[in-house]
Design a protein. Structure first.
Length: 471
């Protein structure tokens, strides 16, 4: 399977976007690049950019490897991708509003009812409950891969609490510090306005009952969460308070924050806590992370949660398989971004197909993330294949399968020098009451192992700065 090389054509000619970078790489000694790489690692350690690996007692905190060679997209490529991202998130918002409202797509028989109502992330508490401005997903992270010159495929949708934007911002900061000369030669579109765009989006979705300038907070599970660095980083960049559940309380249907100057009303909560833990009076009663009474205030229209409760239904990988039909149903348009063909193992004929071709396919848990619980058939040994075969037969509804895509490659600095490695991209789509905002770039994740298609940091992947050329 031949992957699309984003820097060179099949004949070895340089693509226009990479021409100046390639010339620069030809003149820089390997030891200089290695020194810059180690310098970047030192800066990341000093800043404290780490993530936790759950269940790994030997290494509680890790650095995400950073590759110093940027990924480059042209403005034309980015504009095409942006149009597809806007369309997809608009359809996702319409879909979530519909399944908690009139359920027209279910009555039309396009999406099976049992896929929704028997889904562990479906929230019946949201049935018939309006949300401020009818917006459910204000912050989306859409994972896309490239397979050729023109086609981007969506790998998955992240509509609950998408993470990774702090790495996008810090990667750019590091590149500006280490390679200022490259930015002189390349008209790179900025990403440092993302915090301003995020704050503007959050303020725009404040409830109509908010008085004056909306008050925004970022709700974190706390210091032991794997993404806590990002939570504190974003709160600082946004200029908002980073709070835990114990810092908030509900009185008379309004959310208040405890401060040294007395209670302060909160209008918008950018929450990085899963639904289950938000309100112990409604969801898990043993949760110490949430705010008792929060759902009552939410359903009274006095607080906006970003993202809304119940958005996890759009993250389900079996629901993902219906996205082309979802786009057509709500927007009356053909999808601009392709879906990866997906077999839903909950359907007997799909399951039989997957079992017959297990060594050729990628198998994923419908609610899996981080690269966990996934099988890459062509890279799996016999024992792993048999283990997954048993899992599929035991609980087929928990899995989907897809063909093994040839993810595009980008030049990457590895131990042997510069070599192509497979990449994906997570752009961040901000949907406010006023408009949609997409910062040009996103988080490029790279599979650092030769031949590997797994880009997740928890599985040994790294990240790159993503450049969109303004001209």
């Amino acid at each position: 399977m031949t992957a699309y090389d984003e820097m060179r054509t099949a004949e070895g000619a340089l693509r226009t976007a990479y021409s100046r970078l390639a010339n620069w790489l030809d003149t820089v000694p390997k030891d200089v690049l290695d020194y810059r790489r180690r310098e970047a690692e030192f800066i990341f350690r000093r800043i404290g950019i780490t993530f936790a690996v759950y269940g790994d007692a030997a290494a509680q905190e890790r650095l995400i490897p950073f590759d110093i060679i940027p990924r480059i997209l042209t403005r034309r490529e980015w504009d095409r991708l942006t149009r597809g991202l806007e369309q997809r998130v608009k359809a996702i918002n319409a879909f979530i509003g519909d399944i908690y409202g009139k359920r027209e797509i279910l009555r039309a028989g396009i999406v099976p009812e049992d896929l929704i109502f028997r889904n562990s992330v479906f929230r019946p508490e949201m049935n018939g409950k309006p949300v401020p401005h009818d917006l459910y997903v204000m912050i989306a992270g859409i994972d896309v891969v490239r397979v050729d010159e023109n086609d981007f495929y969506v790998l998955e949708d992240n509509a609950r609490t998408p993470s990774g934007v702090s790495y996008m911002l810090e990667n750019r900061e590091i590149m500006l510090r280490l390679f200022p000369e490259l930015f002189i030669d390349h008209p790179v579109a900025p990403v440092d306005n993302y915090p301003d765009e995020l704050l503007a989006t959050l303020k725009s979705v404040a409830p109509l009952t908010a008085s004056g300038e909306p008050s925004v907070v970022l709700l974190t599970p706390g210091i032991h969460n794997s993404a806590y660095f990002e939570h504190s980083f974003l709160a600082d960049k946004l200029g908002v308070d980073l709070v835990e559940g114990r810092d908030l309380f509900v009185k008379n249907g309004i959310v208040w924050m405890r401060t040294t100057e007395g209670p302060k009303r909160v209008d918008v909560i950018y929450r990085r806590i899963d639904d289950d833990f938000l309100d112990p009076l409604v969801f898990r009663p043993d949760s110490e992370l949430g705010v008792p009474g929060l759902m009552s205030a939410y359903q009274s229209g006095n607080i906006t949660l970003a993202n809304a409760v119940g958005t996890g239904i759009a993250d389900d990988k079996a629901v993902y398989s219906y996205m082309p039909e979802i786009v057509k149903f709500y927007l009356g348009e053909e999808p601009l971004l392709k879906n990866v063909p997906t077999w839903r193992c909950r359907e007997p004929d799909h399951l039989n197909y997957v079992l017959d071709r297990l060594e050729e396919l990628v198998v994923k848990e419908v609610h899996g993330s981080g690269g966990y619980g996934m099988l890459i058939g062509p890279a799996a040994d016999k024992n792993t294949l048999e283990l997954f075969r048993a899992k599929l037969k035991h609980d087929p509804s928990n899995f989907v399968a897809q063909p093994t895509l040839a993810l595009s490659t980008c030049p990457t600095f590895v131990e042997q020098g510069i070599a192509p490695r497979h990449v994906d991209l997570r752009p961040f789509v901000l949907t406010g009451r006023d408009k949609v905002r997409i910062v040009p770039g996103g988080l490029t994740r790279v599979a650092l192992k030769n031949g590997s298609l797994v880009v997740n940091s928890s599985q040994g992947g790294g990240t790159k700065d993503t450049w969109v050329l303004d001209r």
